[in-house]
Write a protein of this length. Sequence first.
Length: 426
Amino acid sequence: MTTHSLMASKAERLTTNRMLLMWLGFAALLMLAPHVFTSSLAHSHLIQMGTGIVLALSYNILLGQSGMLSFGHAAFSGLGAFMSVHAMNLAGGSGLWLPLPLIPIVGALTGLAFAALIGYVITRISGVAFAMITLGIGQMAYASSLMFPGFFGGEGGVSTNRVYGEPIFGWSFGPQIQVYYLVAFWLLICVAATFYLTRTPLGRLLNGVRDNEERIPFIGFNPHMLRYMALMTSGLFAGIGGSLMAINFEIATDEVLSLHESGAVLLFTFIGGTTSFFGPILGAIIGVLLTKLLPDYTAGWQMYLGIVFILVVVYAPGGIISLLRPGADMVRKTIVHKRYALFCRLLLSITSLAVGAVVLIELLYHRATGTSDPVTLWGFSLDHQGFIAWAIAIVILFAGLLSIKPLGRALFRQLEQDTALLEGEA
């Protein structure tokens, strides 16, 4: 055996070991999360994060891997949710053997079947035309939920009861924590499957369709069939996500087929980052925090969600995930070169900008609602009908806005000079 083959074998073993540690760490994180966040509300948020991650990863197969923008992704997850609800009602009413842990298979087959049915035609084209067609299909699916009440239940939807049949190892799946572990089980499967999909020849070919579709036929593959396979794969995982939603909420309504649902998945995936596998995971977590947790603290949560999306589009097109490595590198260099003063000034400027924006948004929202109650933030009471509160908010906001760019440039310039000086001495 040559030296080169020995080094390659050693590198492969190290990669395998790192991957094994990564999956074991992820499984341990899923196991311990409900014991760290112990409230029932926290368990509900964790379940929604898990479901959101599955949906975001399924969408990223289209957008991030294949370059296919879709506005009708809720059609796959929504139909998977409805079929799962009907399957649970059938298993609970007629005695059909279909335990709850297998219900996501029904959603997966539904999403796959619907994608296979419509996909061959709509994947003949790509780009804006594909996006517009998916928008139309999504709206048709949403309209069908009101046109066919026999299957979709009309405006009230179709409800179910996830506690049916004999308990499995003493688990009835009534308590939220048991539902969480069911979602975590399927989440682990979906994350692993979508991750290894990116490392298969199919995943590489989908990247080729995204980056340079014209060259794919020259290596013997049909871009149309590759897009078709991507849509079916995405539909399969979206169906699983819809099924997990149905299990959690025990109901499927027309909302799961709406454009709002498709837009939310697109929004969360883009915020996290479509260029990285872990971007949609981060985006789903942030999305649930912004849409489920933030409304408990402010009624203007949609304003914050919109601002985050705009900032990501303008300053971080690669998503929030693209900022982690440069941010960590900046912190590391700051510690190495001991530039704490510049770093603290930049941090103070960012804090000033964020605080000023929050105070101004809350003042604007309370002013728009017409309430006379003062705005309470961080223990301070601000009168939105007076001048002082507005002046303070504007001063803080502009202090951060005017100082953040010069301070950032000064820190980066100094770190570059320190790094160059250190390399020159070496």
